[in-house]
Design a protein around this ligand. Sequence first.
Ligand SMILES: [Zn+2]
Length: 349
Amino acid sequence: MGFGGIIGQDRVIALLRRALRADRLAHAYLFVGPGGVGKRLVALALAQAANCLRPLPDADACGACAACRKVAAGAHPDVRLLTPEEGTLRVEQVRALREEVGRRPYEGRRRFALLDPAEALTEQAQNALLKTLEEPAGATTFILLAQRAGGLLPTVVSRCQRLAFSPVPESLLARHLAGEGVPADRAVAVAALARGSVGNALALAGGAILESRDALLTRLFPALERGPAACAEVAEEIARDRESLGEALDLLLTWCRDLLVTAVLGHPGLAANRDRADALRGAAARFPAAALAEAVPAVAAAREALEANANPRLTCEALLFRLRDLLIPASGGNGDATRREGELRRPGA
Ligand SMILES: [Zn+2]
């Protein structure tokens, strides 16, 4: 696809283009950033640009020559992508790679070895790799792709030029989805849930994410009003499906953020879920902004706790009880929510 088709990584790409133009590519790069934000695409585009038979003036690949097509198809003899075998990148794989990169390129100008994800390298494999990185072969570039550098040996990390990949901004994701034919409101709502990943955004846009959102909200908010037993029941329901649990909390998080934005501004114009503008307007008018401002971090904290392997049912239950305390003033709780509502209810709400 070339650099031109990659969204949201302009800074990293500009740096690599400069290195290509000056013929000063590093022997080893460490691409660090969240999953799905384009690390592998950028690595392959770099391999294409360095080996393209008809490179474009701005140091990008043509995308159409034999070399570009081979890289894209995973069939270029000078561009290797190492992925885990049975969960790890093993020392044997790294040794075989070392043999290979010691030789001159077969048909291109520069060899590339991509290790994805680098976190899968065993310690033994990292030590084998280290030897190669210490004595770089001429026309070879290693690219280690990782979500976090923490799992790698500091000696490996220090031998790589580190490039940080950021989550793709929601506005760019939304524009991209719209360009792919997704209706504008749906594109905005989906982009907010894609966690900065083009891949996620496309997958979500094709799925039933907004329908899941509506189903969740229809169950959750009435349960907050009905009482603790209803909250516990819905919490158990949400927690039962581990696959969709993270998604459910992401949905709830963007919804609570939208409620807060709508409550503060008095309109849902900046909301991610603006396809549900009427529902947002109605709900935002019922809850005090101060309580919503506390609900947002409460949901975010539950999301983080789950990623750190907290018990799903207990986490969901605690979250729903907390939301009930915050948002339903008559719920008893510790009384804070009740007082806040008296003090801070928006005029006219
Ligand atoms: Zn080309």
